[in-house]
Design a protein around this ligand. Structure first.
Ligand SMILES: [Zn+2]
Length: 410
């Protein structure tokens, strides 16, 4: 029993009509017109394959295929929204694979014990409202009601307004589901990294999802004339920042955990002129790990580094911690189930952590959660060049199909 490459290809092309950019790539930001078109398309597809469609207060769309018994369902899916100038694979293939699983079961006239539901989570990308995975957060009871007003896009539109424009009530409590209401959740997603392709591996079986600790750092030195200020009498904020950049690389690469990663992703230098010693630098540090203890080690060392640099260079370094999130481990039961099915399907596989966040992480605690990764060509994602091969998408979808079937018969 296999998924149909042709049907998956057709769906990928169909969804690609919404938000396609003339210069290449896709912009389908949450709750914008292209996203609404994609949502309407999905609902129609769900009805066409016999699913009962329901939409919650945050606009999460669920299509249900009944089982023989009225038991908690197996939920599968991902998200259809994209970043600006993104690709047509991140999130999308997880929803389309869900539809394809249902089609195969229909075709084979297989009636499972448990219901199966396909989901499209709302606003997975943080591009519009600065916070990611809004729909799945609400489902898990992790979205504060204040967020409806406090989250605002670049045009000043609140999350509440955006939801109302789409006809959703927006009340987070109404979207919430209780532990025990789902039997399992499975998400198929592109890897968004280079590991699977480099190792020539068919599928990734995700073991854990990393979480970030982020700092906004301000370094106050002194802007001086670049000609008249001797080297020993400067308070160069950029030189201090440079020590921090290299320090973060050293700490996360060599002095913390095996999987720790650290990035200084931006720097704003002022005044930013060739003939002025930089007086002030703002920078952003992002540290991630799948193990909280290892992340804590890295974070403590980076804080000590900043204090040391400030003291030695006699300038002021302030930092604001923007988040300190907890990594999650995925269900050993589902990892085992995915591994056995991958072996049976003769797919080469790799158990690996995810460095990026996904809707799946919010459902940990509510039910058993698993994720399948499909190779990303050149590891590129959140970019118009994002691409995954149809054959790879089909391999991952086959693994999803067989695992869902197994879980739905329990
Ligand atoms: Zn995604």
């Amino acid at each position: 029993m296999r998924v149909s490459q042709q049907r998956l290809q057709n769906d990928l092309e169909a969804i690609g009509r919404f938000g396609r950019l003339e210069k290449g790539g896709y912009s389908r930001l949450a709750f914008t017109e292209p996203d609404r078109q994609a949502r309407n398309w999905l609902q129609q597809q769900m009805r066409d394959i016999g699913l009962d469609v329901s939409i919650d207060a945050l606009g999460n769309i669920r299509g249900r295929r009944e089982g023989k018994q009225d038991l908690p369902p197996v939920l599968i899916g991902s998200h259809l929204d994209t970043v600006p100038e993104g690709g047509n694979y991140d999130g999308i293939i997880g929803v389309l694979a869900g539809l394809e699983v249902i089609r195969v079961l229909n075709e084979q006239t297989i009636k499972t014990e448990r219901p199966i539901e396909v989901v499209n989570f709302s606003a997975e990308e943080s591009s519009r409202f600065s916070v990611a995975t809004l729909g799945s957060k609400a489902m898990a009871g992790k979205l504060a009601p204040e967020s409806l007003q406090s989250l605002v896009d670049k045009e000043g539109c609140t999350l509440q307004q955006a939801l109302h424009q789409c006809g959703y009530s927006g009340e987070p409590a109404a979207a919430r589901i209780a532990p025990g209401q789902l039997h399992a959740f499975l998400e198929l997603h592109i890897e968004q990294g280079p590991v699977l392709e480099a190792g020539n591996v068919d599928v990734g079986i995700v073991t854990a999802i990393a979480a970030a600790t982020r700092f906004r750092v301000t370094i106050e030195g002194r802007a001086d004339h670049s000609g008249n200020t001797p080297m020993g009498m400067r308070k160069d904020a950029l030189a201090a920042a440079s020590e921090i950049v290299l320090g973060v690389e050293q700490i996360c690469g060599k002095e913390a955990g095996e999987r720790t990663v650290g990035t200084v992703g931006y720097q704003h230098i002022s005044p930013g002129a060739m003939n002025v010693v930089p007086g002030r630098v703002e920078l952003g540090i992002d540290i991630r790990d799948v193990k909280m203890a290892d992340k804590d080690v890295a974070v403590a060392k980076v804080i000590a580094l900043m204090k040391g640099v400030a003291q030695r260079r006699d300038l002021k370094i302030d930092y604001q911690q923007l988040c300190n999130d907890q990594p999650v481990e995925l269900s050993p039961k589902i990892i085992d189930c995915l591994q056995k099915n991958a072996d049976q399907l003769h797919l080469s596989s790799l158990q690996m952590p995810s460095g990026a966040g996904h809707d799946a992480m919010n459902l940990v605690g509510l039910t058993d959660v698993g994720m399948i990764f499909v190779p990303s060509v050149d590891g590129v994602s959140h970019n118009v060049a994002e691409f995954s091969r149809m054959e790879d998408i089909c391999r991952g979808s086959d693994l999803l199909l067989h695992t869902v079937l197994q879980l739905a018969q329990e």
